[in-house]
Design a protein around this ligand. Structure first.
Ligand SMILES: Cc1cc2nc3c(=O)[nH]c(=O)nc-3n(C[C@H](O)[C@H](O)[C@H](O)COP(=O)(O)OP(=O)(O)OC[C@H]3O[C@@H](n4cnc5c(N)ncnc54)[C@H](O)[C@@H]3O)c2cc1C
Length: 308
């Protein structure tokens, strides 16, 4: 069993920022991460709205964040959190092969992509169907692909794919995109991108790999198929909170409900970043949450210490 003052679950921007603030306050801090550090920033190509960087390659931004952690001597433990349990006013946290006992916990586990739920989506996952253009787009160099979704992530990734693939069809169910106007204009003006509004994917086609998609125009109720080798889905996200569902700290969608100090209704349990119930999920808001959560956790830990 590993003992620590503060345990942070998730090494994305929120978790990393929290760790930096806690470490600078001289707390013993451990971050556990089930994948590689960087979180969802790793699933995009470039970031244009992070203060002080202008347009920056996402991988470079993540590497800078990780370097900042290492410079302070903070390491992330590889492990996927399975459960958080309260034990004598402390937190017992279990991963597949490790156990931790922490005085306070910050949950910064972010979100994962939501599937569309159409026929053959799961069987063809990683065989053409993907939730990450930056990870898998290169496999479809000079081939036709489909992007599903109409928000910022969908359109930004469609623009990235248009640099790599022969043709990009963007399918979305509404009349207009919900993405910001700058990105929408770039997509509408791009010669390799075809936009298909009022359209849903009914089925992905292919036996062992993706060969096409059956689409339906929900206004005219006409169905037709398009030949594509890759399909990239950006229809929203769901919170990574299954491991604390028994603590009643989430809303009906699974997002963690926090106050202004990023505290939950359980004393000593804080949350930060995309995993919390909020309106805007960005790197900037995640790191802000991370800093606040850490400062609140430090205050909580100092309170325990003073009580003896
Ligand atoms: C395609 C795409 C493009 C984007 N572009 C931009 C952009 O241009 N600008 C911008 O500001 N934002 C952008 N975002 C949003 C931004 O990436 C997120 O708001 C930000 O990463 C949230 O940080 P976070 O630390 O809260 O969560 P995340 O980045 O999701 O990090 C959470 C971490 O927790 C880990 N984790 C999850 N569950 C567990 C568990 N059980 N045990 C251990 N570890 C766990 C995950 O592996 C992950 O590393 C984009 C997002 C996507 C998907």
């Amino acid at each position: 069993m590993i003992l620590t003052e503060l345990l942070i679950i998730g090494c994305g921007p929120a978790g990393m920022m929290a760790a930096i603030y806690a470490k600078r306050a001289n707390k013993k801090v451990i971050i556990i991460e089930k994948s590689s550090p960087g979180g969802r920033v790793r699933s995009t190509y470039q970031v244009e709205n992070y203060l002080g960087f202008g347009r920056v390659n996402a991988e470079e931004l993540v590497n800078n964040m990780v370097t900042h952690l290492k410079q302070l001597g903070i390491d992330d433990d590889f492990g996927s959190c399975q459960q958080v349990t309260i034990l004598n006013n402390r937190f017992y946290v279990k991963t597949e092969d490790q156990e931790y006992l922490a005085d306070a916990v910050i949950v910064a586990s972010g979100t994962r992509p939501k599937p569309i739920g159409c026929l053959n989506e799961q069987p063809l996952l990683s065989r053409g169907v993907s939730y990450c253009a930056i990870c898998d787009g290169i496999f479809y160099e000079n081939m036709p692909v489909l992007v599903v979704g109409g928000g910022d992530s969908a359109l930004e990734e469609a623009l990235y794919l248009a640099n790599v693939c022969s043709k990009v069809d963007v399918v979305h169910d509404l009349a207009a995109f919900t993405a910001s106007q700058g990105v929408v204009q770039k997509v509408l003006n791009h010669p390799k991108i075809t936009v298909r509004p009022h359209t849903i994917v009914k089925e992905f086609i292919g036996k062992s790999v993706l060969e096409g998609a059956l689409l339906e125009n929900i206004q005219t109720h006409t169905s037709y198929s398009v030949a594509v080798n890759g399909a990239f889905i950006y229809v929203g996200n769901q919170p990574e909170t299954a491991f604390l569902s028994h603590l009643s700290v989430t809303d009906e969608q699974g997002y963690i409900v926090v106050g202004t100090e990023m505290s939950t209704c359980v004393p000593g349990l804080f949350a930060a970043g995309d995993v919390t119930k909020k309106d805007y999920r960005l790197i900037a808001t995640a790191i802000s949450d991370g800093a606040i959560a850490a400062l609140s956790a430090v205050k909580y830990l100092d309170g325990i210490l003073n009580k003896g």
